[in-house]
Ligand binder design. Structure first.
Ligand code: GTP
Ligand code: MG
Length: 219
């Protein structure tokens, strides 16, 4: 169903807001795989490393009246693309910073991204930390290189949402994006949309200011 159809079929009082989300983290931690699981409910054992960045969208219903559309920028983790990242996080409303729970160095990299976001991104940005590849340690506990407790404590101190996920089995993937959606300023975004100057989100109700769904990136 297109966003336009959603708009037409939406009863009065329903809320629809869209937000920009950026994924950051070291190469091969599973950023693209998490997005693929969230958007298409699929998983590839052999994924090509992302070049530049990829753009996808996904909509989730928080309840009977509230729908959130994510405009997702899946960035490339390879070092050579690092300088492009600010272009994608600059206007982001939310970020998922991913590490691989079997690679301790990937958490250090994630912490560096969090620091950069907290210094340079939108000051109200919602940041979630995702420790991915949970399936690997379920099968072989010895593979774990970052304890849940350590990551959780860091996330709490840094003011981040925290989930351990598996793009492979889908564990906690929907929960991660839903938790972010719940923290987003949906009411505020809707009001901004009605004033015709949407930034954090867009009101797509028929009476809103002519803003259409699927406008794409405002980066
Ligand atoms: P870049 O695009 O280079 O930044 O990497 P990325 O973070 O997007 O990683 P990607 O999603 O391409 O995944 C890298 C590899 O890890 C692929 O072979 C995936 O199949 C694998 N992978 C991703 N997520 C998981 C997971 O949850 N469990 C397991 N077992 N493998 C995963
Ligand atoms: Mg990728």
């Amino acid at each position: 169903m297109s966003a336009r159809q959603q708009q037409m079929g939406r009863p009065g009082g329903a809320r629809f807001a869209q937000f920009k989300l950026v994924l950051l983290g070291e190469s091969a931690v599973g950023k693209s795989s998490l997005v693929l699981r969230f958007v298409k409910d699929q998983f590839d054992d052999y994924r090509e490393s992302t070049i530049g960045a990829a753009f996808l969208t996904q909509t989730i219903a928080l309840d009977d009246t509230t729908t959130v559309k994510f405009e997702i920028w899946d960035t490339a983790g390879q070092e050579r693309y690092k300088s492009l990242a600010p272009m994608y996080y600059r206007n982001a409303n939310c970020a998922v910073v991913v590490y691989d729970i079997t690679q301790a160095a990937s958490l250090d990299k994630a912490k560096a991204w969090v620091k950069e976001l907290q210094r340079q991104a939108n000051e109200n940005i919602i940041i979630a930390l995702a420790g991915n590849k949970l399936d690997l340690v379920t099968e072989e506990p010895d593979k774990r290189a970052v304890s849940t407790a350590d990551a959780e404590q860091y996330a709490q101190e840094a003011g981040l949402l925290f989930f351990e996920t598996s793009a492979k089995t889908a564990e906690n993937v929907k929960e991660l994006f839903t938790a972010i959606a719940k923290k987003l300023p949906i009411e505020q975004a809707t009001q901004r949309g009605m004033r015709g100057a949407p930034r954090a989100g867009v009101d797509l109700r028929p009476e809103a200011s002519g803003t259409q769904a699927g406008q794409g990136c405002q980066c």
